[in-house]
Design a protein around this ligand. Structure first.
Ligand code: FAD
Length: 442
């Protein structure tokens, strides 16, 4: 059983199939970031992975098994592993990032040539991306139509419980220790992450239970308020597959008034649908006219943004929350992203790369869609000419200023920087840039 972004024992199709079809199972994790194309896990994701692997290992040991850790090209490692322990098949759950799909396709061809069956199971979505399409068989580019199609599909299967025991191999192959992978930062900047999160399946299950017991009922109103705990904060757990989308879907469906929340789970499905059908979008805008957009290169402004020193309190609060906890509230993600691409005219790809390195929930599908949505160049995106005013956004969504004061304690003192751009002037400049793009792409 090859664990990848499915670091859980409950509702794990590949694990269940391996157990059903074979007398013994060897759980394996292979660290091969070079095989993830331009998007190897960033620093915050590595920190999370380190903790999550330790949790998975402990859960496996509790069931009489182990987690074998390897590093290197997946094909080579899987072949030597099979030879070392006499395995005749390898099972995994699918992922949908373009580089990973290409690698897995090659594995499906090469492993059987060496006498190893290669079996892949549906990944951590409600529906496989190729099973949802419009009446002409084309992928959706509009969320409402996509969402409507999803709810008309047969309900995703009910989640299955974790196996009580995992029969051990007669011969355990050699393993590295998790710490040999060097995932923890060399200089310890992760204190804020440690105090905020509990990576692993138990942490994910507890978070879902707490959310369904509390905030879900008020999610429709509370989800836009960064000063409250109005959302589930399950995104890193979902990204690493510590909980399945099906577990969340079925548990939330039993709760009255959970539709607004389920809708967000469908946005996640939509993001994966887009990444699967438009694999160039992590680097290129979906709407080609945006290739002619007059972006600016400005290292100083970019640095002020990353450090949370723009002089706009809500933007700075968000960027500091990100640095400290590895996560930002969705409303604030939209505000900081919009500020970068509209007020500063810095390419969305720069923002996506910063998020990639610093978010514990960095996810190629969701991050790409979020940035292209904000920049106006993606599917069903916010129109570029709609420019958030960060001051008004703060008044509306952080009415007592509690969120901003928490992350920007020096607000109101001489230590806090003056705005790096004037809102009105930046707005005019952004609208002029849009006109330039239209002229260039005519
Ligand atoms: P909840 O509101 O509790 O939602 C539950 C789950 O639904 C989330 O965990 C997430 O998996 C999914 N979801 C919610 N909103 C969205 C959305 N707009 N798009 C896709 N899925 C969604 N999300 C990531 O998981 N990884 C990213 O790298 C990421 N980058 C983003 C970048 C930008 C510029 C923007 C605007 C959004 C990004 N998002 C990303 C989407 C969203 O902000 C987060 O999923 C959400 O804030 C996570 O918090 P939560 O778990 O409390 O969400």
């Amino acid at each position: 059983m090859w664990f990848r972004l499915d670091l859980r024992l409950a509702d794990n199709d590949a694990l269940d199939r391996a157990l059903a079809e074979h007398a013994a199972v060897v759980p394996v994790f292979i660290w091969s970031p070079e095989e993830e194309g331009a998007w190897p896990p960033g620093a915050a994701s590595r920190w999370w992975l380190n903790q999550s692997l330790a949790q998975l290992q402990a859960e496996l040991e509790r069931r009489g098994s182990r987690l074998i850790i390897r590093r290197g090209p997946a094909e080579e490692e899987l072949r030597t592993l099979a030879a070392d322990c006499g395995a005749t098949a390898v099972f995994w759950n699918r992922r949908y990032e373009p580089a990973v799909i290409a690698r897995d396709r090659a594995l499906k061809e090469h492993l059987p040539e060496r006498g190893i069956e290669a079996e892949s199971c549906p990944g951590n979505l409600l529906f496989e991306p190729w099973t949802i399409h419009n009446l002409s068989g084309k992928p959706f580019q509009v969320f409402t139509a996509f969402g409507r199609r999803c709810v008309r599909m047969a309900a995703p299967p009910q989640p299955k419980p974790a196996p009580a025991q995992i029969p051990a191999a007669a011969l355990w192959p050699r393993s590295l220790a998790i710490c040999d992978l060097g995932l923890e930062p060399k200089i310890d900047w992760a204190a804020g992450l440690r105090e905020t999160w509990q990576p692993g399946e138990a942490g994910a299950t507890a978070r879902l239970a707490a959310f369904l017991d509390g905030a879900v009922g008020n999610y429709g109103a509370g989800r836009d308020r960064p000063d409250l705990t109005g959302t589930s904060r399950l995104s890193p757990h979902l990204h690493f597959g510590e909980i399945s989308a099906r577990q969340i879907w079925h548990a939330a469906q039993r709760i009255h008034d959970s539709e607004p929340y389920l809708r967000q789970i469908l946005w996640r499905e939509f993001a994966h649908h887009l990444l699967f059908h438009f694999p160039g979008t992590p680097n290129e805008p979906l709407r080609p006219e945006f290739r002619a957009f007059p972006w600016r290169v400005d290292a100083k402004m970019l640095k002020a943004w990353t450090q949370g020193r723009t002089g706009y309190p809500l933007v700075d609060a968000g960027m500091r929350e990100l640095w400290h906890t590895g996560w930002i509230h969705n409303r604030v993600r939209m505000v900081v992203a919009s500020f970068l691409v509209k007020h500063l005219l810095i390419p969305w790809q720069e923002g996506a790369a910063w998020f990639w390195d610093t978010l514990v929930d960095a996810d190629l599908a969701n991050n790409t869609m979020g940035w292209q949505w904000t920049a106006g160049c993606g599917a069903d995106a916010a129109p570029y000419f709609r420019i958030f005013n960060p001051t008004l956004q703060a008044e509306k969504f952080d009415p007592a200023g509690a969120y901003v004061r928490r992350w920007v304690p020096e607000l109101g003192s001489t230590k806090y920087p003056l705005p790096i751009v004037n809102h009105e002037a930046a707005r005019e400049r952004a609208l002029a840039a849009l006109v330039t793009m239209k002229e260039r792409s005519r």
